[in-house]
Design a protein around this ligand. Structure first.
Ligand SMILES: Cc1cc2nc3c(=O)[nH]c(=O)nc-3n(C[C@H](O)[C@H](O)[C@H](O)COP(=O)(O)OP(=O)(O)OC[C@H]3O[C@@H](n4cnc5c(N)ncnc54)[C@H](O)[C@@H]3O)c2cc1C
Ligand code: SF4
Ligand code: SF4
Length: 494
């Protein structure tokens, strides 16, 4: 424990966030860092708890509580407080392959479970993590990690999202020769083409990929496994193949008028925006996608919020975000006690920007679309919304949200973005590899394992556990690397 009375003496402070009026003018990151001296003070609020829930990564009431990577949070916080940043970086590196990603995009499961947050404000572990990793990059402490000895084993990784990258880094560190195949034109998966640039600047990915290439990892882009190269070729040419293709099947909304032009999946929209920004070196914003349009976002989650923030940056005329479920409470209910993940109302950056720009929260709860209305050219021009109410299904006893007849309301809509989640893996890949699936079309393995039903083929990330978070994808990537290494070498020291 850095300072025994730190949690009593200091309030939580966070880095500045650029004002809405300024940040909606660009796609740059908007969270600034505290000066290091102030971050050290924040780190001394950590109480070095006997039971550090912050690093447990345990499942409580169906949600993760604490860091799934089991970062050594109290130790790192103490080292930050003492200004021993190089050591803090070494402790962070024990469990964490890429802190520069999570310190920007993680919902901070560590903080939700922090004991300091039981009565007051949690320790700012996520910002401490950012201070450590950015210090390490700035001071040349992050090495490429090229192994001294090669094992002669070759591993192919299909998919370059956070999970595939984490597996690649670990397996390469162990001395295996790793090739990562990616069907898109750039590396990074949803880090690149899902999460918008203002949350994760894409140069942060490039900086890491350069190091990984220097360490001997090969990246092959624009190559779709299952289409450009058959699964059988990979399985015969490599000692192991890791599937890290994500859960890329978006959930659709099946209502009349769905075939209208102007109704798109959120990820396609977000990906097109980022690609256009990267292709033009941020010289041109693809305003034609949303400028002057009434935008409806279907889905009240984080992806929906990213669509709200992106549409505002592109000059949308109005943005409405629909959520089927009731509005969450402002504070934890007694049934959702600490250290469970707090099911409370969160107003994220996109919603803040909508409130600033349009004067009201874009979210409408207990509402969905009943029908889309087209103009003569087949473009969407309006959406018929309908309110929902919770009703118990007498057969199953489950509570469902059901439409309230007569509550229909027509609103203008020129662009509709469906952000209703993902359904699992894509069939052409899993068919080509001939791997078994579970009921949710995730690739099946034994519990806690990564080996699929096909010999030499492993699975990791969203393709394994379903749509999730970057921190889980990384934890899966580290896990699959251990299993592949053990199977190739007879033991693992990863
Ligand atoms: C819009 C959006 C915002 C998000 N924001 C956050 C956030 O703020 N914080 C957070 O923690 N999580 C966030 N997530 C979730 C997070 O991005 C994912 O959980 C994580 O990226 C999953 O990692 P992955 O490596 O399993 O798969 P992915 O990141 O999906 O990567 C899979 C990669 O495999 C490639 N691929 C697929 N099939 C093939 C093939 N046959 N051949 C070659 N390549 C293939 C794909 O092109 C893709 O690049 C967000 C998700 C979305 C959609
Ligand atoms: S990875 Fe996420 S949950 Fe883990 S310590 Fe960092 S911010 Fe917290
Ligand atoms: S739970 Fe909070 S206060 Fe306790 S060790 Fe973890 S970060 Fe520190």
């Amino acid at each position: 424990m850095g300072k025994t009375t730190g949690f009593l003496e200091y309030e939580r402070r966070e880095g500045k966030v650029r004002e809405e009026a300024e940040r909606v003018q660009d796609f740059k990151e908007f969270h600034e860092r505290l000066p290091l001296s102030e971050q050290q003070i924040q780190a001394c609020r950590c109480m070095n708890c006997g039971v550090p829930f912050c690093q447990a990564g345990a499942m409580l009431a169906g949600m993760a509580s604490g860091c799934p990577l089991h970062n050594l949070v109290p130790e790192i916080n103490e080292l930050v407080y003492r200004g021993r940043m190089a050591e803090a970086f070494r402790r962070l590196s024990v469990t964490h392959p890429f802190p520069e990603f999570t310190c920007r995009v993680c919902p901070a499961l560590c903080e939700a479970a922090c004991t300091c947050g039981y009565e007051g404000e949690a320790v700012s572990t996520k910002e401490n993590e950012k201070a450590v990793i950015e210090y390490a990059f700035e001071h040349g402490l992050v090495s490429d990690g090229e192994p001294a000895v090669r094992t002669g084993k070759r591993v192919a990784i299909v998919g370059s999202g956070p999970s595939g990258l984490a597996a690649a880094k670990e397996l390469n560190r162990r001395g295996h020769l790793v090739t990562v195949y990616e069907r898109r034109d750039r590396i990074g998966g949803l880090l690149r083409y899902g999460i918008p640039n203002m949350k994760l600047d894409k140069s942060v990915i490039d900086r890491r990929i350069e190091l990984m290439e220097r360490a001997g990892i090969s990246f092959v882009i624009n190559t779709d496994i299952g289409k450009d190269i058959p699964a059988s070729k990979l399985v015969s040419e490599y000692d192991a193949v890791v599937l890290a293709c994500g859960a890329s099947n978006p959930r659709d909304i099946k209502v009349p008028g769905r075939d209208a032009k102007g109704i798109r999946f959120a990820v396609d929209f977000l990906s097109e925006v980022t690609k256009s920004l990267l292709d033009t070196g941020f010289a041109k914003f693809p305003t034609e996608l949303a400028k002057g349009k009434h935008v409806i976002v279907i889905g009240g989650g984080d992806t929906g919020n990213d669509c709200v923030g992106t549409s505002i940056r592109l000059g949308a005329k109005s943005v409405t975000q629909l959520e089927m479920m009731p509005e969450p409470p402002a504070k934890r209910l007694p049934s959702n006690s600490w250290p469970e993940w707090p099911r409370v109302l969160k107003t994220d950056y996109g919603q803040e920007e909508a409130i600033w720009k349009f004067g009201s929260d874009p979210r409408i709860y207990r509402t969905t679309v009943k029908e889309f209305i087209k103009d003569k050219k087949g473009n969407v021009k309006a959406a018929v919304l309908i309110s929902l109410e919770p009703k118990k299904d007498p057969a199953t006893g489950r509570m469902n949200m059901v439409p309230i007849e007569g509550s229909e309301k027509e609103v203008p809509a020129d662009l509709v973005l469906i952000a209703a989640g993902f359904l699992g893996s894509e069939k052409y890949v899993t068919d080509d590899f001939g791997v078994e699936l579970d009921g949710r079309t995730n690739v099946r393995t034994a519990p806690g394992e990564h080996a699929t039903s096909r010999a030499k083929v492993y699975v990791t990330g969203d393709m394994h556990r379903g749509q999730s978070l970057v921190v889980w994808a990384l934890s899966e990537g580290v896990g699959v690397a251990k299993q592949v290494d053990r199977d190739l070498m007879g033991y693992t020291n990863l």
